[in-house]
Write a protein that binds this ligand. Structure first.
Ligand code: SF4
Length: 143
């Protein structure tokens, strides 16, 4: 019952437009499985108030895959893990733009390129032609 009170109190605070504290967020994270349906019901009430039934679609493309030099334990793209993930270098700009257009046709209004690696500068430089190509059709590419 104590957890239901926490969910109600914190949920009502959010519904009133008040930010919750770190401690309150921690309390929500510690809600036991048995009370999660109540937490979900409160989350849905908050969703209804702030976003209604509108759905915002975004899409991603895996712009570069496999053999990542990092060793994140959960990731199939790390070269340290034996997985069957597809391995390929950075996709050509035309291919990425085609994927973005495909996403738009499918209803997405945002599109992102996911790449495995830590050298962001290199990717940004190589993707400049993508931005140019995409702006010729519609300017919604954000990264
Ligand atoms: S792709 Fe990203 S998450 Fe995966 S191992 Fe590399 S850095 Fe880590």
């Amino acid at each position: 019952m104590e957890h239901i009170h926490v969910i109600t109190r914190v949920g009502e605070k959010v519904l009133a437009g008040v930010e919750i504290s770190r401690e309150e967020a921690s309390q929500l994270a510690a809600i036991p499985d048995a009370d999660v349906p109540f937490l979900l019901a409160m989350a849905d009430k908050i969703r209804q108030k702030y976003v209604g039934d509108e759905v915002d679609l975004c899409a991603i493309v895996n712009g570069r895959s496999g053999r990542c030099s990092e060793n994140c334990k959960y990731c199939a793209q790390s070269k340290y893990h034996d997985t069957n993930v597809a391995v390929y270098p950075l996709m050509a700009a035309d291919e990425i733009v085609a994927k973005a257009k495909e996403a738009e046709v499918g209803g997405a209004n945002r599109f992102a390129i996911v790449t495995k690696q830590k050298l962001v500068a290199q990717i940004v430089l190589r993707l400049l032609p993508v931005e140019k190509g995409w702006k010729e059709t519609k300017s919604f590419l954000k990264y």
